[in-house]
Write a protein that binds this ligand. Structure first.
Ligand code: ADP
Ligand code: 5GP
Length: 198
């Protein structure tokens, strides 16, 4: 078999939908898939570790990264900045690895402009009531932050038709299987394999 190119997989969906849960279940034990850790100006939540969930930076450093073109995309989300370090993504894709990004809709649109082959997956909970329950159950956000995230969720739902795939995260194991299936199917695309016909 020829060395296949890595796929860039953009995952979006409302905060609390279970994106991190599903992504980490899907990549567990796999060496062909990696997760791009974003940079954010948001303060770490209890239990979050710098360099694992995010690289936590101050607004000046974030601005500097934007100015130096170090970010593949970046956006504001509920009063904080978030961005994807470009170098990591490019290096892993070049090495043939699939790279997962967990980013919101504005960032997904920027990635789509720059890398139209990126696969776009939207993950939602079974209902908005369940979303509120998960945000409260996670216990990491204030009541006000949860309200802001619920408002943002409704806005993001309006843009969901921009995505290629929709996963309903009712059961996290099933959702992770669906994400793995999407990655697998994307590697079977005719255009990527037509060289074999020669
Ligand atoms: P996101 O990354 O989308 O913000 P998280 O992965 O942090 O969401 O999940 C939000 C909360 O919902 C967490 O407490 C997580 O354990 C829980 N959760 C995730 N998936 C499910 C599921 N399928 N059923 C019930 N709870 C879930
Ligand atoms: P949270 O603060 O809950 O970790 O993330 C809030 C939102 O920011 C989520 O929708 C998440 O997908 C998004 N996000 C995380 N990292 C990035 C990033 O690098 N770029 C963009 N555009 N959004 C991000």
């Amino acid at each position: 078999m020829m060395q296949e190119k890595g796929k860039l997989i953009v995952i979006s969906g409302p905060s609390g939908a279970g994106k991190s849960t599903v992504v980490f279940k899907a990549i567990e034990g796999r060496e062909d898939v990696c997760f791009s850790t974003s940079v954010t100006t948001r303060k770490p939540r209890p239990g979050e570790v710098d360099g694992r969930e995010y690289f936590f930076v101050d607004p000046d450093r974030f601005k500097e990264m934007v100015e130096n073109d170090e970010l593949l995309e970046h956006a504001e989300y509920v009063a904080n900045s978030y961005g994807t370090p470009r170098a990591y993504v490019e290096e892993k894709l070049d090495a043939g690895l699939n790279v997962l990004l967990d980013i919101e809709v504005q960032g997904a649109r920027q990635v789509h402009e720059k890398m139209p082959d990126a696969v776009k997956v939207f993950i939602i909970p079974p209902s908005l009531e369940e979303l509120e329950k998960r945000l409260k159950g996670r216990g990491t956000d204030t009541e006000r932050a949860i309200e802001a995230r619920l408002i943002r969720a409704r806005q993001e739902y309006q843009e969901a038709d921009f995505y290629d795939y929709l996963i309903i995260n009712d059961d996290a194991d099933k959702a992770a299987k669906e994400l793995s299936a999407i990655i697998l199917a994307e590697h079977c695309r005719f255009n990527d394999r037509k060289e074999y016909l020669k």
